[in-house]
Design a protein. Structure first.
Length: 139
């Protein structure tokens, strides 16, 4: 397979970064890092405004999720139910509910300005597929 110049540059940069990390480890530059041996705090709230962090953490600890997350889960569940549905009447009901949830999600993402973000477009399908996979695994 032919590689272009950009791929070669990226490969070189990855190699260079790896070499610098190996050298730093060898020289002991990581030996006295703050928090060494302790678990990482993966509860990064840097994206949440300072004045909302306490409330956000309380809601998160209580298991309350943002509406768009719940809608994505509901959409995945309804999609799974539709795939297994045998009754036309039930199928129609599920399709109506699914359409309403999708419309609400689209409205939410639009009002928050997410629908025009490239990251949203890139990850929307992956998030949906992941949620659908989790729904199947719960059964």
């Amino acid at each position: 397979m032919q590689r272009n110049g950009r791929q070669d540059l990226m490969s070189f940069l990855h190699w260079l970064a790896d070499e610098k990390i190996k050298l730093a480890i060898k020289d002991g530059e990581f030996d006295d890092l703050k928090g060494l041996g302790k678990p990482l705090d993966l509860d990064d709230l840097s994206h949440v405004p300072e004045e909302l962090r306490a409330a956000y953490r309380m809601l998160k600890n209580a298991g309350i999720v943002p509406e768009e997350v719940q809608l994505n889960k509901d959409i995945a569940t309804l999609g799974s139910l539709l795939a297994m549905c045998g009754s036309d009447e039930e199928r129609t009901s599920l399709q109506k509910e699914l359409s309403a949830k999708r419309l609400r999600l689209q409205s939410l993402t639009g009002s928050r300005g997410w629908d025009h973000l490239q990251a949203y477009a890139d990850y929307k399908d992956k998030i949906q597929a992941r949620l659908e996979g989790e729904q199947r695994n719960e059964r």
